[in-house]
Structure formats: structure tokens, C-alpha cells
Design a protein around this ligand. Structure first.
Ligand code: HEM
Length: 400
């Protein structure tokens, strides 16, 4: 007997293979696209799986709030504090959200990202030179996929790269599901001190970077608001891209037929990046983002009560067969699907143009520089990250 959708089942987390979706995701998509689940910390949320309902939730901020006034269901540490700083705009609604997002939008438009491509290429090439100098095997996470997006976002903001350890630590703590409130706050405070010094330096000596522009063009922003915006960008700007690029490399190495297509058609790399991103987000955890119902809402015939948590599943929504045929398979020949790997609605990823440019340049450059690249250990021996909001692999030893 199946239990009714409002009686929670444990949040599905089991996988048959590290490079396959969470086992229950295809069944939920088929049979229970709206289903109450219980997270490991004991909290319940409605897991919303289909692409249609994902868009219905994330595209309707009036009825599904992004505010996080209480501990969220994904967090294992119930002591973790809510963020009450308004400039944490990814956790704000309506005007408050738009007020801050608008200040940053022009920094991430396609035109600006196109202008950044030569510098991204240079950073990628320098890191690949370093990889080539190391004796194989080399870990591509620590030498390539983590430092490249870190350096790019640091340069874009104007934060000297020597401080990368502080922002990588802040990202690890804030995106880690097990971090305690004190650990998160301590890492943010450390990063805040560094940023304060950067703000002082750029106030007297402005440069061609985002922090200088914000300081001079948005004088209404307080230092506290600036700090919050910059911490958000430093964290969002390197962790996701680092993980998606590691997983994209691994996926291509595991699927030689697709890799051959990728390398044979560099002019289609942009299209390939869309498909890779869709599939990799599709194998991430079943629930990584949340909303909260503002009023009673019916979705897919289920009544979601005001105040209840909703977890629109990025993973499931990107694997929905309604998106494209055989959505669970990587197919670099397909016309790009209208995926939601970068989210949907007013909170859709602000940095998606940057992420696309970085992924394309990283993947094309890596595989043309090392055409015989291969994994140095069996995939079963790789350490995957299951304890973070962003799924990925901790090390990726390769040889060539
Ligand atoms: C492949 C890499 C990336 C993926 C898959 C990704 C994915 C996402 C997703 C799914 C959301 C929506 C979250 C929600 O609706 O609650 C989001 C939001 C966001 N992303 Fe990304 N992201 C990536 C890279 C980046 C980069 C490079 C930046 C650079 C700054 C960035 C900045 C942001 C910001 C600021 C938001 C919050 C937007 C808002 O609330 O208005 N992301 N991202």
C-alpha cells in the first residue's frame, strides 16, 4: 500500500551509482510529482519534482517565499542561524530582492561576460600549463576546477586572490549541511575583515572591478550591505561552477562517445555546456533549494498549507521527460532543452552567463590540450560530496 502524499517519506538519497540520479527521482517524477518528505533533521517539506510544478513554485514568489526566517529543512545543524541581513537578496522577496539584484544585474550581462572571455581563457591556459608541469596523476579539482572559478570571481570583484582560502572556507561552511552556526559566522567574519580592507583600498584608489564600481556608483549601499553582497557573490561564484566543471569532466571521461562528439565540434561547445549542466544538476541531491508557502496553495491536486516548506527539486525538474526525450541521458546532439539548471523565475541564477563562459572555456581548453586525458583511479574510488548543498567530487585524479 502506498502512503498518501501528505504523509512524509524519508528524503530519498540513495543512488545506484555516483553518476546516476538519486534512485527515487524518476519514480517521483512519474508517480508523485508533489510529495511530502522528511529531511534528516526531522523537518518536512513538499518535494516538487515535475518541471511544470518546479516552474509553478519558483515562478510565483507571491505565493512561494524565498525568505528563510527559520532553519531550513536541508540543514542538519538545527542551531544554524537564519540570515537577517536584507542584502542577502537570494533569501528575500519582492522589492527587497529586486532592490539589491538590480544593483548587480549589469555586472553579469552577456556583453560584459563576452568581454571577460579573453581573461578567462588566459587564466585557464595558465592553470593548464601548471597541470602539464606536474607529474601525472594530477588532481584536477585542486589544480584546475576549483582555482579557475575562484580566481575569475575574485578578479571580477577586485578581491586579491591571496585571500582565496578565506572565501573557499566560507563557501565550504555555508554550503556544507553539517556546519554549525558558530563555524559559519566565524568564516563570514573573517571574510568580512578582508573585504573591509579591500573597500578602504578601492575607495581611495578605484580600479576596473565590481567593488570599485559599487562603491562609487551605488553610494547608498552601506559597508554591511556591500559585505553581504560580496560574500554572496564570492561563494555563489566559485563553488557551483567548480563542482559542475569537475562533474562535467568526469561525465565526459566516462562517456567516450559523447566526449568524441564534444571534441570534434568545438563550435557547438555552448550547446554541449547546456546539456552537460542539465544532466549534472539532474544527478545532484533531490532537494537543494527551498521556498515557503505564503498562503494555502494547490499544486498538482495537493493542498500546501500556508507556512509549509516546499522543496522544488532542481534535480528532478531537469530530468523530466516532458523537457526532452530520454531526459535522463546525456545527448550532446540534442537541441538544447529548456532546462532549469540555473533555476527559474525572479531568483534564477544571476551568474549564469559567467558560469556558461567559464565552463565552455575550461572544457574546450582542457580536452584540446590533453586529448588522451583519462581517470587515474576507478570511478568507484572517487570521493563524492554528499554532505553539501552542491553535489560534486572532492578530488579528480587524472593522467594523460
Ligand atoms: C554552473 C554553475 C552554476 C549553477 C548550476 C548555478 C545555479 C543557481 C541556481 C539554481 C540558482 C537559483 C536558486 C533558487 O532559486 O533558490 C542560482 C542563484 C544564484 N546564483 Fe548561481 N549557479 C551557478 C553559478 C553562479 C555564478 C558563477 C555566480 C556568480 C556570481 C552565481 C550567482 C548566483 C546568485 C547571486 C544567485 C541568487 C539570485 C537571486 O536570488 O536573485 N551563480 N544559481
Amino acid at each position: 500500500m502506498t502512503c498518501p502524499a501528505h504523509e512524509p517519506i524519508p528524503l530519498p538519497r540513495e543512488r545506484d551509482h555516483a553518476l546516476q540520479p538519486v534512485r527515487e527521482v524518476p519514480r517521483l517524477l512519474r508517480e508523485e510529482p508533489v510529495r511530502k518528505v522528511r529531511f534528516p533533521n526531522g523537518m518536512d517539506a513538499w518535494l516538487v519534482s515535475s518541471n511544470e510544478y518546479f516552474r509553478a513554485v519558483t515562478g510565483d514568489p507571491q505565493r512561494f517565499s524565498s525568505r528563510k526566517d527559520e532553519i531550513e529543512p536541508q540543514m542538519r545543524q538545527v542551531s544554524r542561524p537564519p540570515v537577517d541581513n536584507p542584502a542577502a537578496f537570494n533569501r528575500a522577496d519582492g522589492e527587497q530582492h529586486l532592490h539589491y539584484r538590480r544593483k548587480l544585474t549589469k555586472e553579469f550581462i552577456v556583453k560584459r561576460m563576452t568581454g571577460l572571455r579573453p581573461r578567462i581563457q588566459q587564466i585557464v591556459d595558465e592553470h593548464l600549463d601548471d597541470v602539464a608541469r606536474h607529474p601525472a596523476p594530477v588532481d584536477l579539482v585542486s589544480t584546475f576546477t576549483l582555482p579557475v572559478p575562484s580566481l575569475v570571481i575574485a578578479e571580477l570583484l577586485g578581491v586579491p586572490y591571496e585571500h582565496r582560502q578565506a572565501f573557499q572556507e566560507a563557501a565550504n561552511k555555508s554550503l556544507g549541511l553539517n556546519a554549525t552556526a558558530d563555524e559559519v559566522q566565524e568564516s563570514f567574519a573573517k571574510l568580512g575583515e578582508i573585504l573591509e580592507r579591500v573597500f578602504d583600498a578601492r575607495t581611495s584608489d578605484p580600479r576596473e572591478d565590481l567593488i570599485s564600481r559599487l562603491l562609487h556608483e551605488q553610494p547608498d549601499l552601506s559597508r554591511a550591505e556591500l559585505t553581504t553582497l560580496c560574500i554572496g557573490l564570492l561563494i555563489a561564484g566559485h563553488e557551483t561552477t567548480a563542482n559542475i566543471s569537475s562533474m562535467a569532466i568526469l561525465t565526459l571521461l566516462q562517456e567516450p562517445h559523447q566526449l568524441a562528439k564534444f571534441t570534434a565540434q568545438p563550435e557547438k561547445a555552448g550547446q554541449a555546456v547546456e546539456e552537460l549542466t542539465r544532466c549534472i544538476v539532474g544527478i545532484s541531491g533531490a532537494a537543494s533549494i527551498t521556498r515557503r508557502a505564503v498562503e494555502d496553495v494547490e499544486i498538482g491536486g495537493h493542498l500546501i498549507r500556508a507556512g509549509e516548506w516546499v522543496a522544488p527539486s532542481l534535480a528532478a525538474a531537469n530530468l523530466d521527460p516532458a523537457l526532452c526525450p530520454h531526459a535522463d541521458q546525456l545527448d550532446l546532439d540534442r537541441t538544447p532543452a529548456q532546462h532549469v539548471a540555473f533555476g527559474y523565475g525572479p531568483h534564477a541564477c544571476l551568474g549564469q552567463n559567467l558560469a556558461r563562459a567559464e565552463l565552455e572555456i575550461m572544457l574546450v581548453s582542457l580536452f584540446s590540450r590533453f586529448p588522451r586525458l583519462r581517470l587515474a583511479v576507478p570511478v568507484e574510488e572517487l570521493p563524492f560530496r554528499n554532505d553539501m548543498l552542491v553535489y560534486g567530487v572532492r578530488t579528480l585524479p587524472v593522467t594523460w
